[in-house]
Design a binder for this molecule. Structure first.
Ligand code: ATP
Length: 237
């Protein structure tokens, strides 16, 4: 059995008095893809923020490669090897594609390898090399998503968290982006895929967790889960 790269244990996350995540636990085996499935507002993004350090869990623990990273600042977590592709991409629309990518290599370790990092991103997404000097705001939605993924790769992560990367994209574009995601996974990268689409997420992952109203309500290996039982858990039926 592979080793765990990430373990989230009984995590509670609040926005002020509002509890968005309740006692959530899950783990990611090294080199695997884990899906976090749920409707709008289920708490998936909040949980990603707690892993990435932009929100501190009030209770519970987050372990990465055996080290306790609970509440650590984001730059340290990125430097340790966890990177985020946030929902909505959060690109700098007036900056060039290349400069947006370079923003991802702000940690000392990544800065040293910036040139090689850019080449790797351009190899994965050749269109970004062609458009390197254009503003990211002038690109199509799919190309912007590639920039967001490329920026996350620039910090040389071992675990990457993709938050709803398919949102608003055409089916052919989604297919293409997921093919690149699988390519990265094939090269050994561990992944969390946050998704609203049950069928698509079950197809991609080794293990899936369903969230409902802040709680993990179902988990299992994707080969043992049916679309029907996941959908029921997803809607709280
Ligand atoms: P979505 O697909 O809509 O992003 P999600 O599963 O990622 O859904 P979250 O964004 O984590 O859900 O939201 C979980 C709950 O926390 C929701 O009830 C949401 O309204 C609330 N919430 C999210 N962000 C904030 C915030 N900044 N301040 C207060 N409440 C928030």
């Amino acid at each position: 059995m592979s080793e765990e790269i990430l373990r989230v244990e009984d995590v509670d996350v609040f926005y002020g008095d509002f509890q968005a995540v309740q006692q959530a636990s899950f783990s990611v085996e090294e080199g695997s893809i884990v899906s976090l499935i749920g409707t709008n507002g289920a708490g998936k993004t909040t949980l990603m923020r707690a892993i990435g350090g932009t929100l501190a869990p009030r209770n519970g623990k987050v372990w990465f490669k055996g080290a306790d990273i609970t509440g650590m600042p984001t730059h340290k977590i990125v430097d340790l090897g966890i990177s985020q592709v946030p929902e909505g991409r959060h690109l700098f629309g007036r900056m060039s594609v290349k400069d947006n990518l370079i923003m991802g290599s702000y940690t000392p370790r990544a800065r040293k390898n910036m040139k090689a990092g850019l080449e790797k991103v351009y190899e994965l997404f050749p269109i970004l090399k062609e458009k390197a000097d254009q503003t990211s705001g002038s690109l199509s939605g799919g190309q912007q998503q590639m920039v967001a993924i490329g920026r996350a790769l620039m910090s040389e992560p071992q675990l990457i968290c993709f938050d709803e990367i398919a949102l608003g994209l055409a089916p052919t574009v989604i297919k293409d982006i997921y093919a690149r995601v699988r390519e990265l996974n094939g090269a050994g990268m561990s992944m969390i895929l946050v998704e609203q689409d049950v069928r698509r997420s079950l197809k991609q992952c080794r293990r899936a967790y369903v969230m409902l109203k802040g709680k993990v309500v179902l988990e299992g290996d994707s080969c043992n889960l049916t679309e029907e039982e996941v959908s029921k858990a997803y809607f709280g039926m």
